[in-house]
Design a protein. Structure first.
Length: 84
């Protein structure tokens, strides 16, 4: 499922949001995230802009992960419901 989400996100991530240049694949990177089934480690693709030198992770944006967060949107929502 993670791979399917990432493939769809990569299809949509063709243009750099900062400068409008074309993005190119630039390897893969591991990251640990918290999900509804617990913490998992994923390997996600990194996209790179040759013009402004920005790195971009399509999977992170597709599931609502900011660069400093380690939990998915669903985990945040469930935490808020539990607190309420």
């Amino acid at each position: 499922m993670i791979l399917q989400i990432e493939l769809e996100a990569i299809k949509k991530a063709k243009i750099c949001k900062k400068c409008g240049n074309l993005l190119v694949k630039n390897g893969k990177e591991k990251r640990k995230i918290k999900t509804l089934i617990g913490e998992i480690e994923i390997t996600r693709s990194r996209m790179y802009c040759r013009k402004c030198l920005a790195n971009f992770y399509p999977f992170d944006e597709a599931v609502g992960l900011a660069s400093f967060r380690h939990e998915t949107l669903e985990v945040k929502e469930r935490s808020l419901w539990a607190a309420a």
